[in-house]
Design a protein around this ligand. Structure first.
Ligand SMILES: [Zn+2]
Length: 316
C-alpha cells in the first residue's frame, strides 16, 4: 500500500508562487529561477520513478519523500519500499545525456556533450541514508531490519556508463523501469535464506508518523519581504496579473475571461509564503474594494480564523 504519496515539494511550490510576483530587477531573481529549475527537474524525475515503483504497492508498503530526524541531523529519502524481508531506499536521479559512474574515485561525471562537471556521488549519498535509517530504526526498537539501497535513473534516455567496477554499480544503479524487479528478486533471495518476515505496514506507519515535510523559508533565504510580492489575482486563462473584482467574481482586464475561483490560488500562495493572512493583507493582495468583501472571501476560502492574532491560516 502506498501510505505516503508523492506531492510537489514545498520549496518548489514556494519558488513557483514567488517568482511570477517579483519585479524583473529583484536582485536574486536569476538565482531563484535557477533553483526552481533544479527543483523542478528533481520533482519530474521523482514522478517518473514513482510511476514504476507504484507497481509494488499491491504487495509492499511504499512511502515517498520521507524526511526524518536522527541524532541531531535531518535526512531525506526519495522512496522507501518496505518489502517482506527488507527495506529498500531509492534515490531518484534525473540527468540528461550520459552519466559516468567512476567507482574507483567515487565520482559522477555528466557528459552534456560540451561540459563535464562533478556531482555529489549518488552512491555515497544513499550509503549515508542507509546508515541514518539503520540508526533511526534501532532507536525506534526495530532491530535486525535489513536496509538496501538503489539509485534510480529517472530518464530512460539517459545513458549510464561505468569506469571501474561495472558489476558493483549494476547491482545498485538502474533505470527506474528495472527497479521493481531488482527489489522483488532481492526480497525473494532473502526469503529463501530464511530471513524473518517484516511487519511492513507497522514499520511504514512508524516512519510515516515520524516523517516531516522538507521545507524552506525562501522569504528569508532570498531576503524577500511580503511587500516585495506584487499583488493581484492571476488570470487562469492568459496568466495576466490583476484580475478585477466584478459582481462577486473576477474578470481579466486582458482577455475578459471570467472566474469565480481565480483568487483561491493567490490566497493559497500568500499563506504558503507568509504562514497566514490578515483581512488588511487580503484587501491589498487580491485588490478588493472593502474589508467586508475580504471577510466574505476569507470565510469561504477554507482557511481558519485565529482569534488571538486576527489572522487566517491553513487548516492543519
Ligand atoms: Zn486573461
Amino acid at each position: 500500500m502506498k501510505i505516503k504519496p508523492l506531492f510537489k515539494p514545498l520549496p518548489l511550490q514556494k519558488h513557483d508562487a514567488t517568482i511570477p510576483r517579483l519585479t524583473p530587477n529583484f536582485p536574486k531573481l536569476a538565482e531563484m529561477k535557477e533553483e526552481a529549475r533544479r527543483l523542478g527537474r528533481g520533482y519530474s524525475g521523482e514522478i517518473k520513478v514513482a510511476y514504476h515503483i507504484d507497481v509494488l504497492a499491491s504487495e509492499h508498503t511504499i512511502l515517498n519523500d520521507v524526511y526524518l530526524h536522527n541524532n541531531g541531523k535531518n535526512f531525506q529519502i526519495d522512496f522507501i519500499v518496505i518489502a517482506t524481508r527488507a527495506i529498500f531506499i531509492i534515490e531518484s536521479k534525473n540527468y540528461l545525456g550520459t552519466i559516468i559512474f567512476d567507482s574507483v574515485l567515487r565520482q559522477l561525471i555528466r557528459d552534456d556533450g560540451q561540459v563535464e562537471s562533478g556531482f555529489e556521488y549518488p552512491i555515497t549519498q544513499v550509503e549515508n541514508q542507509q546508515l541514518h535509517l539503520q540508526s533511526w530504526l534501532r532507536r525506534h526498537n526495530l532491530f535486525n531490519v535489513p536496509v538496501f539501497y538503489l539509485v534510480a535513473i529517472a530518464e530512460p534516455a539517459t545513458i549510464i556508463k561505468v569506469e571501474g567496477d561495472r558489476g558493483s554499480i549494476a547491482e545498485v544503479v538502474a533505470h527506474a523501469a528495472r527497479i521493481p524487479k531488482m527489489i522483488i528478486k532481492k526480497d525473494k533471495e532473502l526469503a529463501e535464506e530464511g530471513f524473518p518476515r517484516l511487519q511492513d505496514y507497522q514499520i511504514g506507519k512508524k516512519l510515516l508518523h515520524a516523517s516531516g515535510e522538507f521545507d524552506m523559508d525562501i522569504m528569508t533565504k532570498y531576503g524577500i519581504t511580503p511587500r516585495d510580492l506584487l499583488p493581484g489575482v492571476f488570470c487562469t486563462n492568459c496568466g495576466a496579473r490583476g484580475m478585477e473584482r466584478l459582481h462577486g467574481g473576477w474578470q481579466c482586464h486582458q482577455c475578459r475571461f471570467k472566474s469565480n475561483r481565480a483568487h483561491l490560488k493567490a490566497l493559497a500562495d500568500f499563506v504558503l509564503l507568509n504562514g497566514s493572512i490578515s483581512n488588511r493583507e487580503c484587501i491589498w493582495f487580491l485588490g478588493l474594494p472593502s474589508p467586508s468583501t475580504a471577510t466574505r472571501i476569507l470565510k469561504n476560502s477554507g482557511l481558519v480564523y485565529l482569534q488571538k492574532n486576527k489572522h487566517w491560516v491553513k487548516e492543519t
